[in-house]
Design a protein around this ligand. Structure first.
Ligand code: ADP
Ligand code: MG
Length: 975
């Protein structure tokens, strides 16, 4: 978010505040240094916010707004410091940045005003939120740009600070920004960094839409309606960007100099501890390196230390998978429901997620967003899944071995960020302890991918496998993600052993009580503990002895952190206290004393405790260092675990639900027999809502090149376009999405819910939903729909899959129809992509006669006594045109109206057949003219239809109904 008002306000206020308290002077200094943050200033037991910050925070957190002064010119609000964490997380989730201005001295120990400084800046992309969903990555993104037009290069770096995953890519050419949009639409970073001066292609809008809209949207009640743009009627070119950046809540501008090669690149090298970035794949990708370097700069600026686990970056090619743009990801509900707030059960991710580990869940999610597009890769995954499907014991063995595996990557991240205590480290050990078992379980499989993933480090293991090609094994392993550390599955027994040998089995939460480090680890520690123990024994002896000496049975030796050890005697007994006791403190009911002997033991015990505490901490720090040194190994193992988990999950689902292996090939085919929509089917099962009706499809992309001659009708030619008509609620949208989801699944390496599926590799999937199907979102306009359609027509290829659902609905009937018509022709003649086109424009079904590779499909319905029943079967042919009238009849429209509507329809059809027939005779070039003529008739009939639709039948007397009918007839006659 941009948070512009803050600093100006701070300046203005500081003038008269300077005359006020020193605390406020500290506050203004801090605010001036961090104008874009909500400044939380520790005062006593509270974090206080002032002025505009206070207004924002009170709104976002529902806090009471108070004021510092009587005139109420200085608003403030606060949160108790011990509960601050949860408030801060809420602000971050809403996209704000927060700076903590802390007390640098103990207020008890200073007479002067306590020194305060900003100790941490928390931002949505850098704050590691403990409540972060396990399957979600928390990306911090950074974008750098160089050149323009065809020379343009856009670099993108992405870091998940909670796991240390760091990667970068680069986009080039005129479409670089559009590609960036798609990539960001998928990654959905929590925060995006860019240089101040960055602008998209010189457009007046900034690189990113300001997040004002966003904050308003999920902000406080009452702010929902404020998403209007500034007065000027521009905002057209923004629409695509708006969509792509929808998920980016926070945008942070860095000064331009940060994004320079002289600064950013050496900084990145230093962070990664390398002399050259070549080894990380960044050679020749300076723009990507710039983005990554600037990101490191930002981390250093906002955090204090704890970045050791960021020791590697991976360059990835963004075109290396099946591309799903942001709009399609959303429309297909791959990972999030279409409407925020809806149940996640509608997502493909939810339906497929039977992963055992958080790493597996994250990989599954990422895979669905970017399935593979390379045949070899897909086949290897399918082979592995296939083997596991057929081997129940092997499969269960692997899945069981992953039980209890915690989030290694995040635990490691916490170790690095120094927020891991002894218990977290023990938890990590527990997870490491499962790894040898997992390696063994995976080792039972033979498929190439299993051997690569689980291949043991020891050569004996490899040569054991019968199909083994030991030489190939190590070379087959992708080392791009690791830093070339290891060739087998590294179960990290050494680290596991080191941890369990160092830390006690059930360590305390913190070091305060001691007892974290095992006995036998450090001789001095053992000795000190012994000393402490004997000291405490001595104290017990003293207590016993003094009781006898004084005759006070209730005398106790006690300890507290302020007074140390003392002898406590109740008031009633204080007269029996001997001379040599020295009074320390008097309470209401008791008195406390000390003796020279007690003091001596106190010193001994406390010194021993202090010293052993130091040693424990030192040993723990060493352990932490060793763990961090192994960060690369651990990440590589985590990567393998993730993939093992995901493939085992695919196998589990396939076996459980009877899914089949798709036949993937290099062709233009899309064919499935008795396919089912995985999500809808599952939901119907769960709700007992009947059986999902399977459907088939057979399409073939047209690779014929881009010659534009109109193809003559060839019966039997494979269709590349299916035009689907039929009644509302008939199942058109479901059928479309089912096709796309099966492709996503197949290319992810997952089996599919169908009897059979054949698939030629798809390079991109486009899914567009016409405006009116989307109105609930309240933001979709016809303009957006057309912008999205433009993106398809400009970038789809013969290998793409295009889904158009109710295109053209957002505008008047005939221009919508004309656009849809022309779009279908273009897809057919120029692109050849496999296309499913669901439409309510019945007129489009006429295209079947003109376009050789277009076929009509319809969803079926049947009339019964009880009303219309949707069969949900898809069959060849165009839907009957009178469905609408039939439905109206069933709804109880007066018989006369229905009869008249049938007449009107006939008239309409006759006119249309003549017009279009004439058009067909003249060929494609003149198709536009007759469409114009048709409008002479249409607006009237449309008006009548609209009137009919609006009538409130229940509130209509028979007489009024007749009048209405007469009126409609008059209008028709007058035309
Ligand atoms: P349309 O796009 O034609 O209006 P939808 O695809 O939105 O229809 O489907 C309408 C309803 O029918 C949805 O609730 C969906 O769950 C159900 N449905 C769709 N296809 C099937 C099918 N093949 N089997 C069972 N139910 C289906
Ligand atoms: Mg629909």
């Amino acid at each position: 978010m941009r948070y512009s008002g803050g600093s100006a306000m701070a300046k203005e206020m500081s003038d008269d505040a300077a005359m006020q308290t020193p605390v406020m002077r500290q506050y203004f200094a801090a605010k001036e240094a961090h104008p874009d943050c909500l400044m939380m200033c520790r005062i006593g037991d509270f974090y206080e916010l002032f002025y505009e910050d206070a207004i924002v925070a009170s709104r976002e957190l529902q806090l009471t707004l108070t004021a510092r002064d009587r005139e109420k010119k200085q608003p403030m609000c606060g949160v108790p410091y011990h509960a601050a964490e949860q408030y801060i997380q809420r602000l971050l989730r809403k996209g704000y940045r927060v700076a903590l201005c802390d007390q640098m001295e103990d207020p008890k120990l200073t007479k002067k005003i306590v020194r305060r400084e900003v100790t941490r800046v928390l931002t949505p992309g850098t704050a590691v939120d403990a409540s972060l969903g396990a399957e979600q990555s928390n990306w911090l993104a950074s974008v750098a740009a160089s050149g323009a037009g065809a020379q343009a290069r856009v670099g993108l770096a992405l870091l998940d600070l909670s796991t240390g995953e760091f990667r970068a890519t680069e986009f080039a050419g005129a479409t670089a920004w559009a590609q960036l949009s798609d990539e960001l639409g998928q990654a959905r970073p929590a925060e995006l960094l860019a240089a101040e001066g960055e602008r998209v292609g010189g457009a007046s809008s900034g690189l990113l839409p300001t997040l004002r809209d966003e904050t308003a949207k999920d902000g406080a009640p009452g702010s929902g309606g404020e998403t209007v743009k500034d007065g000027a009627p521009d905002s057209v070119p923004d629409s695509l960007l708006d969509t792509a950046f929808e998920g980016v809540r926070t945008r942070t501008e860095l000064e331009d100099w940060v994004y320079t090669a002289e600064y950013a690149v050496p900084l990145l090298r230093k962070q990664l501890g390398v002399l050259s970035l070549e080894g990380m794949g960044l050679g020749g990708h300076e723009t990507a390196a710039l983005a990554a370097g600037a990101l490191v700069h930002y981390l250093q600026k906002t955090m204090q230390g704890g970045l050791e686990h960021i020791d590697a970056i991976r360059f990835y090619a963004h075109d290396e998978g099946l591309t799903l743009d942001a709009v399609s990801v959303r429309n297909l509900e791959l990972v999030e429901p279409l409407f925020s707030g809806e149940s996640v059960q509608t997502t493909l991710f939810h339906t497929l997620d039977a992963c055992a580990t958080p790493m597996g869940k994250r990989l599954l999610r990422a895979t669905l967003l970017r399935p593979a597009a390379e045949l070899g890769e897909i086949e290897e995954r399918l082979d592995a899944v296939g083997e596991a499907v057929g081997d129940l014991r092997g499969r269960e063995g692997v899945r069981r071995a992953m039980n209890g595996l915690l989030d290694m990557e995040r635990l490691l991240g916490r170790v690095a960020l120094d927020s891991a205590g002894p218990r977290e480290v023990m938890a990590l050990a527990g997870t490491l302890g499962c790894l040898p078992g997992l390696r063994e379980a995976v080792g039972k499989f033979k498929a190439k991918r299993w051997r690569e993933l689980g291949g043991g480090g020891d050569p004996s293991h490899v040569s054991e496998s019968r199909h083994g090609a030991p030489g190939k094994l190590s070379s087959g392993i992708s080392t791009e993600k690791s830093t070339g550390i290891c060739t087998g599955f590294d179960a990290m027994e050494d680290l596991h052993e080191r941890i369990v040998r160092t830390i006690v089995e059930e360590p305390p939460v913190s070091f305060a009580e001691g007892g974290v480090i095992r006995a036998g680890v450090d001789a001095e520690l053992d000795e000190l503990r012994e000393l402490g123990r004997s000291g405490r024994q001595a104290l017990a002896a003293i207590e016993e002895r003094e009781r006898q000496r004084t005759g006070i049975g209730s005398l106790k030796v006690r300890f507290n952190s302020v007074f140390g050890y003392y002898l406590e005697v109740t008031k009633a007994n204080s007269r029996s206290v001997p001379e040599d006791y020295e009074r320390k403190q008097t309470l209401v009911n008791a008195e406390r004393f000390t003796t020279p002997e007690l003091k001596e033991y106190e010193t001994k015990i406390l010194t021993a405790q202090e010293r052993s505490g130091e040693i424990e901490r030192r040993i723990f720090a060493e352990l932490r260092r060793q763990l961090l040194d192994a960060a690369g190994r651990m990440r590589e193992t985590a990567r393998r675990v993730a993939e093992i988990d995901m493939l085992a999950c695919f196998a589990h689902l396939a076996a459980l639900r009877g899914w089949v292996r798709p036949e993937v090939e290099e062709s233009g085919v899309l064919e499935f027999v008795a396919g089912r929509h995985p999500v809808v089917e599952r939901r119907m099962e769960e709700s007992g809502g009947g059986r999902f009706v399977p459907n088939s499809i057979s399409l073939e992309g047209w690779m014929g090149g881009s010659t534009s001659q109109v193809s003559e009708s060839r019966p039997g030619a494979p269709a590349s376009i299916a035009l689907i008509t039929g009644p509302n609620m008939g199942g058109k949208s479901t059928y479309l999405r089912q096709a796309a989801l099966l492709v996503v699944m197949a290319q992810s390496g997952c089996f599919v819910p169908a009897e059979r599926m054949r698939l030629g590799l798809v390079d991109r999937i486009y899914t567009r939903i016409g405006a009116s199907d989307n109105v609930a979102r309240g933001r979709s306009t016809f303009m957006v729909e057309m912008t999205e359609t433009a993106a398809i027509l400009n970038t789809a290829t013969a290998k793409s899959l295009v889904l158009l659902d109710e295109m053209g609905r957002g505008t008047a009937t005939y221009d919508g129809l004309s656009l849809a018509w022309a779009t279908v022709e273009h897809l057919h003649e120029k692109i050849g992509a496999r296309t499913l086109f669901a439409t309510h424009y019945h007129e489009l079904t006429l295209l079947e006669e003109r376009l050789a590779r277009l076929k009509n499909l319809r969803v079926t319905a049947k009339e019964t006594a009880g009303g219309i029943v949707f069969l949900h079967t898809v069959e060849a042919g165009a839907a009957s045109k009178s469905y609408g009238i039939e439905v109206a009849r069933l709804a109880g429209l007066p018989g006369a109206v229905i009869a008249r509507a049938r007449e009107v329809l006939k008239l309409h059809e006759r006119a249309e057949t003549q017009q279009v027939g004439a058009a067909l005779a003249r060929g494609v070039g003149e198709i536009a003219a007759p469409a114009m003529q048709m409008t002479m008739f249409t607006p009237l009939s449309q008006k009548i239809v609209d009137r009919l639709a609006e009538v409130d039948l229940d509130g209509l007397t028979p007489r009024e109904a007749l009048n209405l009918l007469a009126e409609l007839q008059r209008e028709l006659k007058n035309s």
